[in-house]
Design a protein around this ligand. Sequence first.
Ligand code: DGT
Ligand code: CA
Length: 575
Amino acid sequence: MRNQEVAEIFRRVAALLEIKGENPFRVRAYQRAAQNIEALTRDVEELARRGQLTRIPGIGADLAGKIKEILETGTLSLYEELKREIPEDLLKLLEIPGLGPKKAKVIYDTLGIKTIEELERACREHKIARLPGMGLKTEEKILHGIKLLKTKIGRRPLGEVLPLVDELMEYLKRRAPVERIAVAGSIRRRKETVKDIDLLVTSKAPLRVMEAFVKFGKVTEIIAQGETKTSVRVSPGIQVDLRVVDPECWGAALAYFTGSKAHNIRIREMGVERGLKINEYGIFRGEKRIGGREEEEVFAAVGLPWIPPELREDRGEIEAALEGRLPHLVEYDEIRGDAHVHSKYSDGMSSFEEIARRAEELGLSWVGICDHSQGLKVAGGVPVEVLMEKKRAIEEFNRRSKRVKLIFGAEVDIRSDGTLDYPDEVLAEIDLVIAAIHTGFQQPEEQLTARAVAALSHPLVHALAHPTGRLLGEREAYAIDIKKVIETAARHGKALEINAFYNRLDLNDIHARAAKEAGVKLLIGTDAHIADQMAQIPLGVAVARRAWCEREDVLNTLSVEEFLAWLKKVREGAG
Ligand code: DGT
Ligand code: CA
């Protein structure tokens, strides 16, 4: 359903007309049209198809034509023209929910405010309250709007949203008469960040489903409630769209709303070549529905096998599927170990017992205990004497522990000059050495790259942790030549980490794919500092799957004996 999209464009047209000082009746007509389209319980596209747009209150022939234009082109020529006439800075201010065009124009004209940051500051300094027709209330409202806008723009890390998705689905299964239920969109594709939650269900009683849905405890706002689609905002500020689809359309709707858009477009085009129309309602030859109940039917209709959602980005998966060379992606349940966990020996909170217990619950049979090295004092870096005590403690623990084995490891800091933070004779004692950059992020690319290259070239190092240093929503990757890093890892038979901590996911999907293609093994580590954070391991597997990795590309699929053998082999092969 694109009702929201059409309504939004009409609302913006109304705002721009108002700024231009156009006839108030014309402004009002667009505002009303926007409201009525939003309140519609039916799909505006469907009404357009049936020629029934003028049945919507407030929509005459002229506006019906404009709706069609939006549905066909994705925008409106009138809107594009108006945008050209109005300063861009002012347009940006208009995006703030709750700030009307009149006030925005006064603020822009009198104070010369051009950015949202400037406006925020002006509100805090109470400069807005002094303007004609405004007051402290206005300032409060604007500040609230800015906050909303920021959460609207901000994409959230997948790992932050997934628990909420589980909670929502459990709630709906328990409290609403749903039959089939699935999450679609970027979440089903396991993209690293997501804009919103797209849920699909089938039900014999859609209205009851919607009634239950809006009563979910975390709902903070009902954006639109209809029979086939309801949108709410849930704490902490994320939108959830729930669609009830006809069981006959289930597969088609699931494929469509899973996306990605680029992937969908390719599938639709392949359909067209075969004389088929493929959309969220089904697969059609002429007016006749020939399929769409199951997702496989959509792919089969265009001569393809089912493609795993993580691959649906139009990054070659369609060609691969056509040629029968889709990868056998590593499975979530093939993971047997977590390579990178911190214990109480450095800045972790959990004991070996707690780590092993949680690992067992998660179905893992080994854990790399990789505490920080001596120089990283802020993170409780382990001095050499204590390190040897830790080695004995792990050996002792492993004698008692049958189901989960701990691996004596270290996350060794790569110093500013590229040397490692333990001497070689100490490194040689450590079974799993993962090197990492923690300082000097501002260094030029050559220097940062040289540090990573030096570490990966060191004969006693097995892998490089979080190779780009990015933090989702917080910090960009530092300047590093990732291609060179991958080449170096390939040359020396070293692994690169997929750090699975929810705000790292580093390597990302693109880089991990380049690594795989260069023949580099990937090593998933959760970087858990509390045992429970090992539950993030599927986030790392998702990155590997989005990177087209198969079982043999990911070292975590090895048994503890096989992994220890790999660690030994690396040291024999190198140097
Ligand atoms: P997001 O929400 O930005 O994290 O990413 P998505 O992929 O979940 O995007 P969203 O929620 O806007 O739309 C969900 C899916 O619906 C999208 O992956 C593909 C499908 N879709 C949305 N708009 C279009 C469109 O204009 N054409 C086609 N073919 N598919 C679309
Ligand atoms: Ca989405």
